[in-house]
Design a protein around this ligand. Structure first.
Ligand code: FES
Ligand SMILES: [Fe+2]
Length: 417
């Protein structure tokens, strides 16, 4: 027997419009917890957050608290953060290092793979001892340092979930001359008063940028402006649908020279540009330095936000957490990574420009949609979409191609058996 869905996804998500109840209906969130966050792949953490044996980080995946931990043999397990005895949380701190995990309630101890290794006062359990180990996420796969997991034993391989969008992760990783990212800077958490789906949708919405963020462009006065703030005819940047719900804003066509995306002159970090060309060759290294990092959402909960990595975490129908960390690079001077951290603070930090602006808009939209919010339009740019040389559906930066991709895939996931 198929699953019982609580909502008319077929009727209320259409090609050019979605009904506002997808953002406001508790039944939708309940279905998402199963269909998206348990049956599919979700981003969990990055390998650089847990480099050593016993290193762990806590995460919340849908309704399930988990932690990702590296065992002595170097493998990473994602383990449900609930004691097998009576369910107390095992890892309390956000991150740390442990040789063994001991429950603070009655002292049961587990190794770094979640196997039960000690039970205090064992005599009491003699009759029919049913103790078990912690529950591990059955599927965990890593792609170039990005660790994904699924609670679904039968989930297709990660490579299928990522599809062509693995190229977006490649592009992020290859901003480093050593192909190493360092995501150990810590995550800044913002609680935003909107349904979680507004975050991935907004992050690859190129239409809002010049209206919501002019103060940002003015303050930084970088060439970023030309990538996002030109008139409609002059805009060269593009929006893209990579399939599988993965979406992108592609700014590279607006960049003419190396490091323009970094908001500085091409000769500002000579050791970095030299290392990139030494690593990838003059031609490809130079192209990477012009193209810059991806600005792309990997469905459902990961945003490669240029030099920031972002996770989305639903909290309730009307609230979500936005967590971001700077995407520091391996094999570069501390000067380069310092700039990355400062830019991350400026864009997304508590006193930053972009996230504060976006959050206000998202909260206003959420509030406006309560009651009978009616239909939301997603038709912009349908007449001018095309398939680019790389085989990816592409349109003008300001077109709703990414939103349509998000909803098309979302609907297929929500209706899947
Ligand atoms: S709940 Fe963990 S030891 Fe009892
Ligand atoms: Fe924005």
């Amino acid at each position: 027997m198929g699953q019982v869905l609580r909502f008319d996804y077929d009727g209320l998500i259409q090609e050019t419009r979605v009904h506002s109840s997808v953002y406001t209906d508790q039944r939708v969130l309940d279905d998402e917890m199963d269909q998206i966050f348990r049956k599919g792949w979700v981003f969990v953490c990055h390998a650089s957050e847990i480099p050593g044996s016993g290193d762990y980080v806590r995460r919340q995946l849908g309704r399930d608290p988990v932690f990702a931990i590296r065992a002595t043999d170097g493998t990473v397990s994602v383990i449900e953060n609930r004691c097998a005895h009576r369910g107390n949380i095992i890892c309390v701190e956000e991150k740390g290092t442990r040789k063994a995990l001991v429950c603070q309630y009655h002292g049961w101890a587990y190794d770094t793979k979640g196997t039960l290794i000690d039970v205090p006062h064992p005599e009491g359990f003699k009759a029919d001892f049913t103790c078990s180990s912690l529950k591990r996420m059955p599927k965990v796969e890593e792609y170039r340092g990005f660790i994904f997991g699924s609670f679904n034993d039968d989930v297709p391989p990660l490579s299928e979930h990522l599809g062509r969008a693995s190229e977006l992760i490649d592009r992020a990783v290859e901003m480093s001359p050593t192909q190493e990212l360092d995501l150990s800077g810590g995550w800044v958490k913002h609680l935003v008063g909107c349904n979680w789906k507004m975050m991935p949708e907004n992050d690859t919405d190129g239409y809002h940028v010049s209206f919501v963020h002019p103060s940002f462009a003015e303050a930084i006065r970088s060439n970023y402006d030309s990538a996002v703030l030109e008139s409609e005819e002059d805009t060269k940047s593009e929006s893209k649908a990579w399939g599988g719900g993965h979406t992108e804003l592609y700014f590279a066509p607006a960049y003419d020279r190396e490091l323009e995306w970094f908001g500085c002159k091409e000769d500002r970090y000579p050791a970095y540009t030299k290392a990139m060309k030494a690593a990838y060759g003059d031609k490809l290294g130079g192209e990477k330095l012009v193209e810059g990092p991806p600005h792309a959402v990997i469905f459902p909960n990961l945003f490669l936000g240029e030099m920031n990595i972002v996770m989305f975490q639903p909290v309730s129908v009307t609230e979500c957490l936005h967590l971001h960390t700077p995407m520091m690079l391996g094999g570069v001077d501390t000067e380069v990574n310092s700039r990355i951290v400062r830019q991350s603070e400026g864009a997304m930090g508590p006193t930053g420009f972009l996230l504060a602006d976006d959050s206000v808009i998202a909260e206003r939209t959420q509030n406006a949609l309560e009651g009978n919010g009616g239909w939301l339009d997603l038709a912009r740019g349908m007449h001018r979409e095309f398939v680019d040389d790389n085989g990816i559906t592409t349109s003008h930066l300001t077109d709703e191609t990414p939103n349509r991709e998000f909803w098309r895939h979302y609907k297929s996931v929500m209706l899947a058996e």
